[in-house]
Write a protein that binds this ligand. Sequence first.
Ligand code: FMN
Length: 362
Amino acid sequence: MFSNRVTDILGIRYPILEGGMAIAGNGELAAAVSNGGGLGVVAANPGWSPMTERIENVRQHIRRAKALTDKPVGANVPLFFLDNFANHQIAMLIEEKVDVVITSGGSPKILTGKLKAAGIKMIHVVSNVRQAIAAQAAGVDIVVCEGYEAGGIEGADEITTMVLTPLVAQAVDIPVVAAGGIADGRGFMAAMALGAEGVQMGTAFLAASECHVHPRFKEAIVNSPDAATVMTQRILGRLSRVLKTDFTVKMVDMDRRNAIDELKDLIASVPPSIIGSNPSPTINGQYRVQMLGDLENGDGAAGQSAALVKEVKGAADIIAEVIAGAEAIACRWGGIAAAAGKESATPAVRSARSASGARNAA
Ligand SMILES: Cc1cc2nc3c(=O)[nH]c(=O)nc-3n(C[C@H](O)[C@H](O)[C@H](O)COP(=O)(O)O)c2cc1C
């Protein structure tokens, strides 16, 4: 029912992508998402290894994913990670024959030539219309527009998925995938109605049984109330949506008071936990929550959609439920459309219908 340009380009059954999740996105999860009919994506540094060992770490997770599925597998390359290992990193992704690379946080232009020559599909994540147009011009196959509701690092413009998706969909010709706040069939269908041809989910897959994050972090996600997350690090110019805890509420308070030194001290006060790695204090806080379940001493990235996630289950079941929910809505809408066709509309509605039909056809 949901075959479209995204499923055709990526060679997947359902237009559902696992968002790259720097620490959380392990090979087993990627394989489970791909086996469920979506696109599984290995993270930039699953579990977190020292930066010099990062490329080998990602390679091992890609191999694990590929051993567990014969379906396409992707890898996430946040472009701010492209350091002096960049050439090795790209060479590794080509050697390991990943099917798709999802870039984020910069311009994909420097990578499109090399990766596409190797037959790798390219997707770029954007947070405003200008970035989407630039990504299309750079030659990517698909653009993901990620709204303000999403977990993790946010675009500075703070545009919601509801507004960003239709704006991007009308600005580019390549297919658009919506991300941020989507965790069930209702969100999937809303994204389709907004002009997307697929969805990217992060938070929903954090709670997948195959995801290697700590059970305490998963438990916090499935028990989330409506106000599940907060936006932090505004005064550091690095918006980051994380699970609401006593620790992250303190961070927000420091943001509000413009207490930049206090905030830096708090982030730096998180006990070191990654032996021999010397990660940035920000990564350390993420690691403590995601991998050690130490919610009291760190900040764990999660999106507003945490409030929609109610239990830990297999990634394939998560996808099956999204699709079943979406199909049920599509059937209901089919019935409504059939009934509306029989009604005689007012002249204003008739004229709006034909204008909207012409816009959709254009
Ligand atoms: C724990 C976590 C880590 C993330 N890390 C990254 C990352 O490394 N690279 C990236 O492009 N996006 C990252 N994201 C964003 C996701 O790829 C995805 O776009 C987002 O989660 C979608 O919104 P949702 O959380 O409402 O599902 C992260 C999200 C989460 C929840």
